[in-house]
Design a protein around this ligand. Structure first.
Ligand code: GLV
Ligand code: MN
Ligand code: MN
Length: 417
């Protein structure tokens, strides 16, 4: 897909139109002061998916939803056998998230397709815009839609939930009208994809603090997640003397401060988080009878994550009433060297500053890279590096710059420069 290529004037995307779309989508699930809550397969997410289907159809794409409820818009413009270029991201958010994490990638892909059609640019392959279901781990492990598409789901994982009182992915998918038993039908042959591209906000501070406009992503971080369950005995908080308590939270507590030590001692680049803790029965006047929490570690190095996993397993094995279950073990994945180069070249051609950098956040792109599909990612800065927060923000010009680099990268894969 490379070579000297054809020189044509690369058209300019319509930044105002992209911004209007971002703001319109950002209203779905928005509430003042609390940002956007459009967790996967919630009512708001389904409204968002329906909104996207209309937008893709208006742009002249053929739209389907697959068995994982991924929304797929296809522009069948390719020559037979030339394959398919996919561009995507996700519309689901974390609780109280922002308007750009995921949405920018999907709506920029839409803007690229509109621009390609309006300017009559001919590309040799079919184009697909894909909005993946449950990137954000609302139910369990995250990147569910892209992993379903690439055959990476683990047996039984959709029937598990780590959220307190939350339905499982399978239950929510059924409520949304798709049969979870048929999710395997979402699977596609990775060889059918010539490449996969994704534009995303950086979700960190590096680009902003260095005054750089574009990040050419070199690799996406690995993520391991474990559910730890500590059993105690629920009893009356007023009448159970301290000496007679079996308080599950108090037993679990040392791990909350041990985890940062395990991580820091191993590799200063690694991160570890306990972001979800549940107490049962969860009442102010009951000594906790059970504590469940999720440990997540991220690193580019598999050995780092294994190191922490073994420290955790060792700790758990020495204690009665403790157990640990694996939620996710996803390795760090490199982006394709020619696509890293293509992103850097596209930024240079647009007169934008660019650095090569790894991603500390997980992305659907990772599922493609892990399946051997040549994968490229583009980052734009976000204000104060804030993401997964109502504070998440980018400027219209940054959205437009990222989209323009996405278009140029995409066209470069057709030899158009
Ligand atoms: C997704 O945003 C993740 O990195 O968890
Ligand atoms: Mn995202
Ligand atoms: Mn996210």
């Amino acid at each position: 897909m490379e070579g000297e290529g054809v020189r044509v004037t690369i058209p300019t995307i319509n930044g105002d139109r992209l911004w209007t779309d971002l703001m319109a989508l950002g209203e779905i699930g928005y509430s003042e002061g609390r940002g956007v809550t459009r967790t996967a397969l919630s009512e708001a997410d389904l409204v968002g998916k329906a909104w996207l289907v209309r937008k893709l159809e208006e742009a002249g794409l053929t739209v389907t939803t697959d068995a994982a409820y991924n929304v797929i818009g296809r522009l069948p413009c390719g020559t037979p056998g030339a394959g398919l270029v996919a561009v995507g991201s996700h519309l689901d958010t974390v609780p109280q998230g922002g308007k750009f994490d995921g949405m920018l990638g999907v709506l920029a892909a839409l803007e690229c397709v509109r621009t390609i059609r309006e300017h009559g640019v001919e590309v040799p392959w079919d184009l697909e815009i894909i909005s993946f279901t449950d990137e954000e781990a609302a139910h369990n492990a995250g990147t569910v839609g892209s992993r379903a598409m690439l055959g990476q789901l683990k047996n039984g994982e959709l029937a598990k939930s780590v959220g307190q009182g939350r339905p499982t992915f399978a239950e929510d998918l059924a409520r949304a009208g798709k049969d979870p038993a048929r999710i395997g039908e979402a699977r596609r042959d990775p060889k059918g994809f010539a490449c996969y591209l994704e534009l995303h906000i950086e979700q960190g501070r590096r680009l902003e603090s260095e005054g750089i406009q574009i990040g050419a992503v070199t690799a996406i971080v690995g993520i391991y997640r474990y559910l730890v369950i500590v059993e105690g005995e629920a009893s009356h908080a007023g009448t159970t003397p301290m000496a007679l308590r079996d308080d599950a939270l108090v037993k679990a507590a040392p791990v909350f401060t041990l985890l940062p030590e395990w991580v820091r001692d191993r590799n200063p680049e690694m991160v570890g988080t306990i972001g979800q803790v549940e107490l049962h029965p969860g009442a102010t006047n009951v000594v906790p009878g059970r504590c469940k929490f999720v440990i997540e570690v991220r690193s580019q190095e598999k050995a780092d994550m294994i190191h922490v996993r073994e420290a955790l397993r060792g700790y758990v094995a020495e204690r009665k009433g403790w157990r640990v279950e694996t939620i996710l073990e996803k390795e760090g994945t490199p982006c394709a060297a020619p696509l890293i180069q293509a992103v850097a070249a596209a930024a240079a051609a647009e007169g934008l500053s660019c650095i090569r950098m790894p991603s500390g956040a997980g992305h659907d792109a990772q599922s493609f890279a892990a399946a051997g599909v040549p994968t490229g990612m583009i980052f734009v800065p976000c204000r104060r590096g804030m993401s997964h927060s109502p504070e998440e923000w980018i400027e219209p010009a940054q959205a437009a710059q990222g989209c323009q680099v996405l278009l140029r990268t995409l066209l470069s894969q057709a030899g158009i420069r």
